[in-house]
Write a protein that binds this ligand. Structure first.
Ligand code: ADP
Ligand code: MG
Ligand code: MG
Length: 248
């Protein structure tokens, strides 16, 4: 079975004052088809984990390993990680003026598959996915994330996930800043892709709200750069009542 195994991961981020250690030994295993909610207070290192796994140049893995289907991704470039089947939906998607959503997606798909998708099926898939995510057709011709509302940016991340068909997806606060309608559309999208492709998901979130729509198999609490507690969906309910105070 496909899996993503993170062992004793230590990560530093590059700052103006030099490298700053953020993650202090994270262990986490996600099997294909599992949904893991990664929760925790602001500043606990959730995005750092996401960036480090995706291969962001400012985040250095100083110790530990991460394996995707047995292959050590720590030694891979960002592109190689994506080709191996890893996908990151960013907390703050980057605006790219001059590159349309359609061109970006086709370029990314070509890079990941090693060949361009057949035009006719591709256009059909893109339209179909956009429709399910309640996006108008002309959305594909807009410049990537440029002037997008919060909800449009997050739906666009899910559109990428659907078309790129990763083995593992890290969704970093895909729920933040969404109104209830957008949250429902995004959650339905994740659930549909999960059911259709058996993708393994790390759902990073500060709030329990999205877990009313997406049911996690496992819940992990992050604090001060470590996983401090793991449990089932009940743990999220408990956090909803009690907050993160007792981990600080
Ligand atoms: P979370 O996503 O859980 O809110 P982050 O991973 O974004 O947490 O941040 C964890 C810690 O690392 C915070 O204390 C934050 O200030 C620090 N940090 C992250 N990125 C940088 C950076 N580029 N420069 C300085 N500090 C950073
Ligand atoms: Mg499942
Ligand atoms: Mg974050």
């Amino acid at each position: 079975m496909s899996n993503l195994v993170i062992k004793n991961l230590h990560v530093s981020v590059e700052t103006n004052e030099g490298d700053k250690p953020i993650l202090h030994g994270v262990d986490l295993t996600i099997n294909a088809g599992e949904i893991h909610a990664i929760m925790g207070p602001n500043g606990s290192g959730k995005s750092t984990l996401a960036y480090a796994l995706a291969g962001h140049p400012k985040y250095t893995i100083t110790e530990g390993e991460a394996y995707l289907d047995g292959e050590n991704i720590v030694e891979m470039s960002t592109d190689e990680r994506a080709r191996a089947g890893l996908f990151l939906a960013m907390q703050y998607p980057v605006e790219v003026p001059g590159v349309t959503v359609s061109n970006f997606l086709r370029t990314a798909k070509t890079a990941i598959d090693g060949e361009a998708p057949a035009l006719r099926t591709w256009v059909g898939e893109l339209k179909e996915s956009m429709k399910k995510l309640r996006m108008e057709d002309d959305f594909a011709q807009r410049d990537l994330n440029t002037g997008f509302s919060g909800g449009e940016k997050k739906r666009n991340e899910i559109l990428q996930m659907e078309l790129l068909k990763p083995k593992f997806a890290i969704l970093d606060e895909t729920d933040s800043g969404l109104d209830v309608d957008a949250l429902r559309v995004v959650s339905e999208g994740v659930n549909r892709i999960h059911a259709e492709t058996n993708v393994g998901v790390a759902l990073i979130t500060h709030y329990t709200r999205i877990l009313q729509y997406i049911t996690p198999d496992h819940v992990h609490v992050f604090a001060n750069g470590r996983v401090v507690e793991s449990g089932g969906p009940d743990l999220a309910t408990q956090l909803e009542d009690e907050g993160y105070d007792r981990y600080l």
